[in-house]
Design a protein around this ligand. Structure first.
Ligand SMILES: NC(=O)c1ccc[n+]([C@@H]2O[C@H](COP(=O)([O-])OP(=O)(O)OC[C@H]3O[C@@H](n4cnc5c(N)ncnc54)[C@H](OP(=O)(O)O)[C@@H]3O)[C@@H](O)[C@H]2O)c1
Length: 377
């Protein structure tokens, strides 16, 4: 078996993918950029050390290529390119910018999600790589409603933000690349932490609302009930569905499909069979942020005379406006057919509360540099 080259290995999803693919015996190479304080090698060392701790055994190490998807040849030397040409036969492209809005076409998310994909595809052409796994998003469907099929791509939909627009363009680019002979597209919905340990190293989406709720309530004093009375209104109905999926499940399904060639060449919606309702998300926010007194004002309602807390909340959460609504129904026939033995864990009150509590205990931050014994007793 040739090497699989993974981009985005330091991200939330990428670090699970290297764990699961390395555990399955897949020879891995990773393209990683250095940070101000750590080389690419050091970054991967920390992540693999974390997994060794978690799993109680040493996992095989990937070959680390220091580079950047926004550079020609991904910033690799001639010697590294030669190694790739001789050893790598598959790219798993997970790297992306999760910035929702951009200030210009030269900035994120365009630079990495569109420019970066073009560079990765050029690199595949140069090095003769013909098999490509692409991590897209279920939300390339934009603001569509109704049932979204895995075969749907560009049907003239209106994207909800620049991120969705850039990811749709990226998907169209990889689909149009004639030198790619086998293309598998993964479209996860909203990724949250590990269903078993609660671990996450990023705090977007659901966590952003949680962090905001937590910060706002921490600033005030609870009443005699021990909780904070926060009369506030959610501009939702309560029965909107949201497609939250644990990162360990996303990675397990992807690793299974990647290691079983008969499932290659398709598009997979990585979405739950039973989405959570916004009422449950609301209840968990109230409980874990230790407040009560909030209610649903109705979907899309313009709040009259918003309180200071409501104004602060909606000002900060504005970036996620396109997610503050009912999700469409994602058909996931391909995923269910390929991996029926890997059902998505049901996100119930208990699991969402536990994930929220872990994020609060982590103070909504994670640094790979600090030695941690996360969840290891
Ligand atoms: N998170 C979600 O809810 C969600 C939902 C649907 C789809 N997705 C897709 O899933 C994929 C992984 O997302 P994630 O949640 O794991 O995101 P993440 O935690 O933000 O990780 C992004 C990864 O991309 C890397 N990256 C970004 N720009 C790069 C560049 N110029 N050169 C090299 N590496 C670069 C980052 O490297 P650094 O560590 O150096 O920054 C990091 O490893 C993305 O394609 C995303 O669009 C995510």
């Amino acid at each position: 078996m040739g090497y699989h080259l993974i981009t985005g290995a330091t991200g939330l999803l990428g670090r699970y993918l290297i764990r699961d693919l390395a555990s399955a015996g897949v020879p891995l190479a990773v393209l990683v950029r250095p940070t101000r304080r750590m080389t690419a090698d050091q970054r991967i060392d920390m992540i693999m050390g974390f997994w060794d701790d978690q799993m109680g055994r040493e996992l095989p190490r990937p070959v680390v290529l220091e580079g950047n998807i926004n550079e020609e040849n991904l910033g690799l030397s001639t010697k590294q390119l030669e190694w790739v040409s001789q050893n790598v036969d598959r790219v798993l492209h997970s790297a992306a910018s999760l910035s929702f809005y951009s200030t210009s076409q030269e900035s994120e998310p365009w630079r990495s999600n569109v420019g970066g994909v073009k560079k990765v595809l050029d690199f595949c052409k140069t090095t003769g790589i013909k098999k490509f796994d692409h991590v897209s998003t279920a939300y390339v469907c934009g603001l569509r409603t109704g049932r979204i099929m895995e075969s749907d791509v560009d049907v003239g939909q209106e994207p909800g933000n620049d991120y969705e627009r850039s990811k749709l363009q990226a998907e169209l680019l990889v689909r149009g690349a004639e030198h790619i002979e086998s293309l598998t597209v993964f479209r996860p919905a909203i990724i949250i932490g590990d269903s078993k340990t609660g671990f996450t190293n990023t705090f977007h989406g659901f966590y952003a609302a949680l962090q905001l709720g937590h910060t706002l309530t921490q600033m005030q004093t609870p009443d005699e009930t021990g909780r904070l009375y926060a009369k506030s209104r959610f501009t939702l109905d309560g029965d909107e569905s949201k497609n939250l999926i644990p990162v360990d499940w996303v990675s397990a399904v992807m690793a299974y499909i990647i290691t079983h060639p008969k499932h290659h060449g398709k598009t997979y919606h990585l979405t739950p069979l039973n989405p959570v309702q916004s009422r449950l998300v609301h209840d968990v926010l109230q409980w874990t942020c230790n407040f009560y007194g909030s209610e649903f004002a109705g979907a899309g309602v313009e709040l009259e005379d918003p309180s200071e807390v409501e104004r602060l909340f909606y000002d900060h959460i504005r970036v996620y406006n396109s997610y503050w609504r009912d999700d469409p129904v994602f058909d996931s026939t391909n995923t269910q057919t390929a991996a029926p033995h890997l059902p998505c864990p049901h996100i119930d009150r208990e699991l969402l509360t536990r994930l929220s509590q872990v994020a609060i205990d982590m103070n909504f931050s994670w640094n790979d540099r600090t030695p941690h014994r996360f969840g290891v007793t």
